[in-house]
Design a protein around this ligand. Structure first.
Ligand code: HEC
Length: 165
């Protein structure tokens, strides 16, 4: 075979391989986008945030500090998918949980209900401030008179350190 023919063949094979590779990459990107689209953004996890936040109060009030901290921990964890689906908004949540909410967590670790109640009530305002800031001023959290979930015993005596890492 002439050199020129070999060269043309080689180029043709390379182009075909590249096209195959590019379309496989497109497929992978399409699948990633589809998975991202199916992950929750803020609305679904916020329902869980709302419930866990309400439950936390009754756990703390009855000395089930382990349950109170568990509720706090997974209230935060509920928003994990938003790291991927709403990265900018997630940063605001992250700052809220690590800075603002720290005072509630501290009271839980200190088993100090008086401090907990004060910080907890102040927190409701902070929750609502974020709702307003993000254009959801019509979502106003209020304190419930009973926990959101009734299927748990809130009076088991425990401490925050009891929550497995
Ligand atoms: C980073 C900002 C931010 C913070 C902080 C925040 N929220 Fe939200 N929350 C939102 C947004 C945004 C929505 C609306 C969801 C949407 O449509 O994407 C929402 C919606 C809600 C809803 C309605 C969910 C539903 O669809 O039924 C509840 C309940 C709620 N939040 C509770 C809370 C509580 C309790 C706190 C405080 C512990 C809190 N939120 C803190 C941003 C925030």
């Amino acid at each position: 075979m002439k050199k020129a023919v070999i060269l043309i063949l080689a180029i043709t094979i390379c182009v075909a391989a590249w096209k195959g590779f590019a379309s496989a990459a497109d497929d992978v990107q399409k699948q990633i986008d589809e998975i991202k689209g199916a992950l929750p953004k803020f609305a679904i996890p916020m329902r869980e945030v709302g419930d866990r936040f309400q439950n936390m109060y009754f756990a703390a009030q009855n000395g089930n500090w382990g349950l109170a901290y568990y509720m706090s921990k997974y209230m935060n964890g509920a928003l994990n998918a938003a790291k991927v689906t709403k990265p900018a908004e997630y940063q605001v949540w992250e700052a809220f949980y690590t800075d603002t909410f720290a005072s509630v967590n501290k009271a839980i670790f200190d088993k100090d209900f008086k401090a907990f109640k004060k910080e907890y009530m102040a927190m409701i305002k902070s929750c609502n401030a974020c709702h307003e800031g993000m254009g959801y001023g019509f979502i106003k959290v209020i304190k419930m008179k009973a926990p959101a979930d009734n299927g748990i015993n809130y009076t088991v005596k425990s401490k925050a350190e009891d929550v497995p890492k």
